[in-house]
Design a protein around this ligand. Structure first.
Ligand code: GLA
Length: 392
């Protein structure tokens, strides 16, 4: 049974009738431009064919009733309880319910109507795996409330409101990439976003290449504090570089040459973090030209460089991600492989020649398992369309 059928059936069991609508919002994989969205850089993600599905209807009850299939738990809340992060009976919202509650809070702050809903939802985006499960939950609820409220915002606008929910309600200081990819993704395309102007366009995926996602099975830990430390180091670099480059607003404004000349003025750790960002923004720009000229091998080499930089300069990798990335990079048919997302656990994304994908998947699983004694999930992933309503 597909996940959309499952949420519809569970809705029926919970609420005694069929849902009026089903919303779907995908996770994402990022191919290049890692840890640059909050430095005004360029990112190159794709929405993936793993998603959150919500079966939902409007309710006249005084609160929304949400059932999480994945946590086998319900939460009840009304708009008045949102600031206190409590449910209608005064108990704290379960952690998973902070995402939908944050989305209503953010939509209400923006003056949108958010009628109470009853809903059952589930996701096949693995949690804590660097594939943006949180953004997919947020975007699916943003779409659901948009549908019930009878208003329409452009997808990028909804993505910004979902990001605000995560920053200010859930309390994770993420950039815009994940919500953007979930909201605006296109089938079979990579999405290029300028995180400063928020202009975006899509590019075709390299012909004859597949994206393979290999999950180390190590779940992310310590992310919020380590992620915030990385952001703080980037801000510190901008503050210090401003002495020589007074017009810069973000690391996006510093060229690799300028950085090389001024790097000695930065403390070691700040220097390493900033070097990753400055070079990664330049790498992403080069990658776009390579993609446009059909140079998949060149694009793949930049993915490998990105992994080394995340490992050695930004220091967000872990041994299992390094083992997976090296194993992938050494296999026939692999153009490039790197950790995807924030790091500290999760997945490696590889670009692989389609005619060698089956052998690649088999050999990668065997090699990773023999080195780590962990069993990896490996998916061949199709780039999918962004969040929307699908028929029940
Ligand atoms: C997480 C954040 C994104 C981005 C990536 C790293 O996924 O949510 O905004 O910063 O990490 O590129």
């Amino acid at each position: 049974m597909s996940l959309r059928q499952k949420v519809a059936e569970i809705f029926q069991e919970c609420f005694g009738c069929a849902p009026d609508h089903i919303a779907r919002a995908p996770g994402r994989v990022n191919l290049l431009g890692e840890h640059v969205d909050y430095n005004d850089g360029f990112v190159l993600p794709a929405a993936i064919d793993h998603a959150t599905y919500i079966a939902f209807s409007k309710t006249s009850a005084p609160h929304s009733a949400l059932y999480s299939v994945d946590f086998a738990e319900a939460a009840f809340f009304s708009p008045t309880e949102l600031p206190a992060k409590t449910q209608s009976d005064g108990s704290p919202l379960p952690d998973w319910a902070r995402y939908p509650a944050g989305v209503i809070w953010s939509l209400q702050e923006a003056g949108q109507s958010t009628p109470n809903m009853q809903a059952a939802f589930a996701s096949d985006v693995p949690r804590g795996a660097g594939l943006s499960s949180s953004a997919s939950v947020e975007m699916a609820f943003a779409i659901a409330w948009q549908t019930l409220g009878g208003w329409t915002l452009p997808p990028m606008q909804l993505a910004l409101l979902a990001q605000k929910a995560e920053n200010q309600y859930v309390g994770v200081n993420c950039g815009i990439m994940d919500q953007f990819a979930s909201a605006c993704g296109e089938k079979d395309r990579l999405m290029l976003l300028d995180c400063r102007s928020l202009e975006y366009r899509s590019l075709p995926l390299p012909k004859d290449a597949a994206i393979v996602i290999a999950d180390t099975s190590v779940r992310r830990s310590l992310t919020a504090s380590a992620y915030n430390d990385r952001r703080a180091a980037c801000e510190e670099a901008v503050r210090l570089l401003k002495h020589d480059l007074p017009d810069i607003k973000a690391l996006r404004d510093v060229s690799v040459d300028e950085f090389n000349q001024l790097a000695y003025k930065l403390p070691d750790e700040v220097q390493k973090r900033a070097r990753h960002v400055v070079e990664e923004i330049e790498r992403t720009t080069r990658a776009i030209s390579l993609l446009q000229s059909g140079d998949v091998a060149g694009f793949g080499r930049l993915m490998n460089e990105c992994h080394a930089s995340l490992r050695d300069l930004y220091e967000v990798s872990i041994p299992e991600l390094n083992i997976m990335a090296s194993a992938a990079q050494s296999l026939d048919g692999c153009y490039g492989a790197r950790l995807t997302g924030a790091g500290f656990g999760g997945c490696v994304a590889s670009l692989v020649a389609r005619d060698q994908v089956s052998a690649f998947v088999k050999n990668l699983a065997a090699e990773y398992e023999s080195e780590t004694r962990r069993h990896p999930e490996i998916y061949i992933c199709e780039a999918s369309s962004g969040a929307g309503i699908i028929s029940p």
